[in-house]
Design a protein around this ligand. Structure first.
Ligand code: FAD
Ligand code: DHB
Length: 398
């Protein structure tokens, strides 16, 4: 089977789906291919926090109805250390901005529904995907669908296939430079059927390690615990998880307790920082996790994917409207400038909040002083808040 489209998109995560939706609204045709099933991508539990600008973008793209009905709008977060809580208020520090807590898989469901509602094409459960001829002006995506060899001929390929995808790996040798950092910890995440412990997210630092209380709905909670990178999930029966969550979030006056409930899902997520430069070669453009990974502290992963797609859409629209290549040529540099700022913020939040087994007594005092400063100085709180709600999409001129 051979098909023809303007933009061939590999990957039906937030990046690939949003690109397809935004292009369609601008009258540009695309086809998305995805190696997993629709059911799998619609139920994959991952990120949960949308920056103000990302939520606004979904709204402007006509994708906000369910987000407004079912998402939660939060005006701040709490940072808890030495058993005391410190709230950081976003609207007063950022000129009225806040965050939306709405699961990534809900965003994915909303965009898939929107694409199918207007006859969009997404091929799920394809295999043996390869990208070809993107050095020239007739790139192709080859794959198997229902066991049959298939091909999409297009003008551009968008590599939106996540960290383990094939698009980044298809760049010719020597083009890409990778930058990365590993951390000596991972996150054990759970989904629990229980009432909310707190109205807003709580990030805690304790001598037992980091914990994060987030939420998905009034009856569904998302909690995380810092664990060792090689931790075996089998060593974490539900009782141990609850005991550690309670211990790491307790307040000095004993007034805080998380309501417990059945744990519906648990899993361990490794943590790394990773960036490749450039994010483009010929007519193959990378967006989202296939080009960069952040450690999750600070909730930047999905938001970075949305920001890349905003840039890529603008560049493709400019090209198809007037033949103007300049935005396409500047795509990688424009994305990377903001990506590195999000990398810096995620690295900073991660090192500030986690317990690093290699830290010296000096490091521990410095870390406590940093938490004390960040929660006590309006200037420092403003710096945290403006990054958390999301830096502007459009970078100022250098
Ligand atoms: P993805 O969502 O990874 O989408 C890529 C898509 O491409 C997938 O559907 C994949 O199946 C598909 N694909 C892969 N290879 C191929 C191929 N060869 N052919 C076709 N399709 C292919 N971020 C946070 O901010 N907070 C969190 O708590 C958080 N938790 C996470 C937990 C996990 C386990 C992971 C992996 C990530 C987490 N993230 C989190 C990061 C966040 O979810 C990502 O940044 C976000 O999913 C990026 O979207 P994307 O579309 O770029 O990539
Ligand atoms: C969530 C994940 C994060 O990484 C974070 O910093 C805040 C919330 C979440 O999954 O809800």
């Amino acid at each position: 089977m051979a098909e023809r489209t303007q933009v061939g998109i590999v990957g039906a995560g937030p990046a690939g789906l949003l690109l397809s939706h935004l292009l369609a609204r601008a009258g540009i045709d695309s086809i998305v291919i995805e190696d997993r099933s629709r059911d799998y991508v619609e139920n994959r539990i991952r990120a949960g926090v949308l920056e103000q600008g990302a939520a606004d973008m979904l709204d402007e793209a006509g994708l906000g109805a369910r987000m407004h009905a079912e998402g939660q709008f939060h005006d701040g977060i709490e940072i808890r250390f030495q058993r005391r809580g410190h709230r950081i208020d976003f609207p007063s520090l950022t000129g009225g901005k806040r965050i939306t807590v709405y699961g990534q898989q809900e965003v994915v469901k909303d965009i898939i529904a929107a694409r199918f509602a207007v006859g969009g094409t997404i091929h799920f459960e394809v295999s043996d995907v390869a990208v070809r001829d993107f050095d020239g002006d007739k790139p192709r995506i080859v794959f198997r669908k229902d066991g049959q060899p298939s091909e999409i001929e297009c003008d551009f390929i968008a590599g939106c296939d996540g960290f383990h995808g094939i698009c980044r790996l298809s760049f010719p040798d020597g083009v890409l430079t990778a930058f990365d950092r590993d951390y000596p910890f991972a996150w054990l995440g759970i989904l629990s059927e229980s009432p909310q412990a707190s109205h807003e997210l709580i990030y805690t630092h304790t001598d037992d390690g980091f914990a994060l209380l987030s939420t998905r709905s009034p009856t569904l909670q998302r909690y995380y615990l810092q664990v060792a990178p090689d931790e075996d999930i089998g060593e974490w029966p539900d009782d141990r998880i609850w005991a550690q969550l309670q211990a790491r979030t307790a307040l000095a006056d004993g007034s805080f307790r998380i309501p417990e409930g059945p744990i519906l899902q648990k899993g361990i997520t490794p943590m790394r920082s990773f960036v490749v430069e450039p994010m483009q070669h010929g007519r193959l453009f990378l967006a989202g996790d296939c080009a960069h990974i952040v450690p999750p502290t600070g909730a930047k992963g999905m938001n970075l994917a949305v920001a890349d797609i905003r840039n890529l859409t603008a560049a493709l629209v400019a090209f198809y409207r007037s033949g103007d290549q300049r935005l396409l040529d500047g795509y990688s540099a424009r994305c990377l400038r903001r990506v590195w700022k999000a990398q810096r913020f995620s690295w900073w939040m991660t090192t500030m909040l986690h317990l690093n087994p290699a830290d010296s007594p000096f490091d521990k005092h410095r870390q406590t002083a940093e938490l004390d400063y960040v929660t006590g100085s309006e200037a420092a709180m403003t710096a945290l808040a403006e990054n958390y709600v999301g830096l502007p999409f459009n970078e100022p001129e250098l």
